[in-house]
Design a protein around this ligand. Structure first.
Ligand SMILES: Nc1ncnc2c1ncn2[C@@H]1O[C@H](COP(=O)(O)OP(=O)(O)OP(=O)(O)O)[C@@H](O)[C@H]1O
Length: 312
């Protein structure tokens, strides 16, 4: 656990309301969190949860109405000059002017730093080598996004903020981005990113903060949030007698059918449990299809906590 005052980012009781005071519900509503140094921290939540507003406050682009913000121990607005060379920022969109040429702009961004990465090699890494002379406005959305990522990391920052770094990218570009983030982490860089993508959050993060309506609903290491619990799923004819099946399973197990013909058993999934379920099905002449054992996902965690799906 990071000692107080030593996190890459520390937010305490942050509140941000758009529009007139007393109007709409705050976009950020009493949010406290710590992003540890040298770790990847993901802010995960549905549309409108307050992820971008939070990250923009950390970047010094917006001011909170109340609460405290510390980025590398400094105030992102008052200490902006001191933070600029130490922090990389990839905004959700519009980070690079449309008339700039990709290679020139990245070299310009690199020139502001003492020991930058090699711009050409970075373009190559992100699949943009062929676009170095292309004007940004002529690049696709995904290409502009990767250029914006390159600009964020070219100065070898201590901390990077990445706002939805892979939204809209094709699988190859997404994997290139994930690999780059994994390398940043291995190099000791602190990364704070926002995402809707649970696979991304589970794969990359040391710490996941699940946001909803501007505050934290759960946080922890991905494997801690999803727990050790596993679940058994199968498809079979609708209307099986689940009460009877449950009576054959260990106490504390749960079973449901939703939608019709899709069954979920939440229990301590051991070989004996699997044997009991399949034997019960066999004795009732039930043919199971698609029988599989799964871990709970962050989607399941969000659904349990809020009653809603993360993708909504
Ligand atoms: N500039 C703005 N003016 C007014 N309201 C805003 C502004 N920016 C965001 N909001 C509102 O604040 C709330 C939080 O928005 P925010 O963009 O921070 O959420 P988010 O979690 O990043 O969402 P998304 O995943 O869609 O990017 C939303 O209700 C949004 O409509």
């Amino acid at each position: 656990m990071t000692p107080p005052g030593d996190g890459a980012v520390e937010l305490h009781m942050l509140v941000k309301r758009y529009g007139a005071a007393g109007g709409a519900r705050p976009a950020v509503d009493g949010l406290s969190l710590t992003a540890a140094r040298g770790a990847v921290t993901s802010l995960l939540g549905p549309n409108g949860a307050g992820k971008t507003t939070t990250i923009e406050i950390c970047e010094g682009f917006r001011r909170a109405d109340s609460g405290t913000v510390r980025v590398l121990g400094l105030d992102p607005v008052a200490d902006a000059r001191a933070l600029r060379p130490r922090v990389g920022v990839m905004p959700q969109s519009g980070g690079v002017p449309g008339t700039a040429r990709a290679g020139e702009f990245l070299r310009l961004a690199a020139s502001f730093h003492a020991t930058p990465l090699d711009a050409s090699a970075l373009l190559e890494r992100l699949g943009l080598a062929g676009h170095a002379r292309v004007q940004v406005r002529r690049m696709s959305g995904g290409q502009q996004q990767r250029l914006s990522l390159a600009v964020a990391v070219v100065g070898r920052p201590e901390l990077v903020f990445l706002d939805e770094p892979t939204t809209g990218l094709d699988p190859q570009a997404r994997h290139a981005t994930w690999t780059l983030i994994e390398e940043l982490r291995a190099a000791g860089v602190s990364v704070v990113l926002t995402t809707h993508n649970m696979e991304e959050a589970e794969r990359l993060s040391d710490h996941v903060v699940i946001l909803d309506h501007g505050s934290v609903v759960a946080e922890g290491a991905p494997e801690k949030l999803t727990g050790a619990e596993r679940q058994l799923r199968f498809r079979a004819r609708p209307g099986l007698g689940l009460e009877e099946l449950l009576s054959a399973l260990p106490a504390g197990s749960a079973a449901k059918e939703s939608p019709a013909g899709h069954y979920l058993i939440e229990a301590d999934v051991r070989p004996e449990l699997l044997a009991t379920v399949t034997a019960w099905c066999a004795s009732h002449g039930v043919m199971t299809e698609d029988l599989r054992i799964e871990r709970r996902t962050l989607e399941d965690v969000f659904l349990e906590l809020t009653g809603r799906e993360l993708r909504s």
